[in-house]
Design a protein around this ligand. Sequence first.
Ligand SMILES: Cc1cc2nc3c(=O)[nH]c(=O)nc-3n(C[C@H](O)[C@H](O)[C@H](O)COP(=O)(O)OP(=O)(O)OC[C@H]3O[C@@H](n4cnc5c(N)ncnc54)[C@H](O)[C@@H]3O)c2cc1C
Length: 385
Amino acid sequence: MPTEQQLEVRSHLLSTVRDFVKHEAIPQAAEHDENDTYPAELIEQMAEMGLFGMTVPEEYGGLGVDVTTFAMVFEELAKGWMSLTGPIGSHSMLTWGITKYGTEDQKKKWLPDLASGKKRGGLALTEPGGGTDVAGMETRAVKDGEEYVINGTKQFITNGRKGDVFLLLAKTDMNTNPPHKGITGFIAEKGPGFTSGKDFNKLGYRGVDTTELIFDDYRIDAENVLGNEEGRGFYQVMDSLETGRINVASRAIGVAQAAFEAAIRYAQQRETFGRPISTRQSIQNMLADMATKIHAARLMTRDAAAKKDQGERVDQEAGMAKLYASEICAEVTLDAMRIHGGAGYVKDFPIERYYRDAPLMIIGEGTNEIQRLIIAKNLLKIYEI
Ligand SMILES: Cc1cc2nc3c(=O)[nH]c(=O)nc-3n(C[C@H](O)[C@H](O)[C@H](O)COP(=O)(O)OP(=O)(O)OC[C@H]3O[C@@H](n4cnc5c(N)ncnc54)[C@H](O)[C@@H]3O)c2cc1C
């Protein structure tokens, strides 16, 4: 159970974030989305609120909030504009990894600047030959004295252009069995040999940078191996991904909630055949189903977050929450569009943006097909006969 003080911090942070979303984010979202422009001012404001260091312990300059509060903040931000959750979501995979697995020296060196948002970054895992199939990655790190020399290309990396530091996964051993035991995590900062490549032009989640990262004989000191543990990168990132899935589920709930609220308002204002469409049973059924799905997704996500707060591994709960919340987000945003009729399809209303933003949550942090595989594998273990 959270302490009184934790509840107070949560309530203060949520009220600050809600104000920010209402007065700053929502008024600017449509324009940034339309022009695909980076919301630098909004990101600065989020840094000032401490959101880049939400889960970083206070002793390293972060807010040190629990995963439940972290999830609630993501939901609030996504209700305003989902894109704003990306820069801090990916960044928090990096800070989570360092907090949990970094050596004391690594924590002292990296966390304060990452918590304040002075330095920003994310997770560099996906590459052309290895997204879902992480072990298929081709980025290689070859030991050379006290350094490693890294070559390879990552793709679809959030914060790829604006970010400075990444939790980079690269293969230090090509011959392990299973192959993921040859993957090592590095805390890699941009510099000679490590640059951004092309920018991806996206359907939704616009305004934030998603790029390639290119490593061309990039030399990195061996002291930047996360936790000084070669061959542990896959396991370290799987833990970060549990928090990542809770954050993606929360984003999905935020987008779905925004779409639902817009739909229920619109349904009461829009009249056809002499009365509001909200009086029609087919519209009411949609509204009831939308709210029920959102409620269920929120309960699942908060349950995963609460268990994570108790120090449990939650790959099953976080996977189920991410799977369910992202699927219902796509359904709810489509229903909100149906309720808006033609108004849902044009850019005068935010509905079409919610609809475009929704699918990322199905793909990111492990696709839903993979969530189902993991969930089923766990179930078969639990119910083995
Ligand atoms: C906007 C955006 C931002 C992103 N940000 C980041 C980031 O910051 N860092 C990062 O590392 N990555 C990031 N990603 C990458 C994202 O995590 C991957 O796209 C995702 O994991 C899927 O990998 P893939 O694209 O290689 O798809 P693939 O692995 O090629 O999958 C294609 C399809 O095949 C299915 N599939 C694959 N293998 C199996 C299987 N064994 N069984 C059943 N179905 C299977 C998948 O579910 C999917 O439907 C981002 C992606 C996007 C679009």
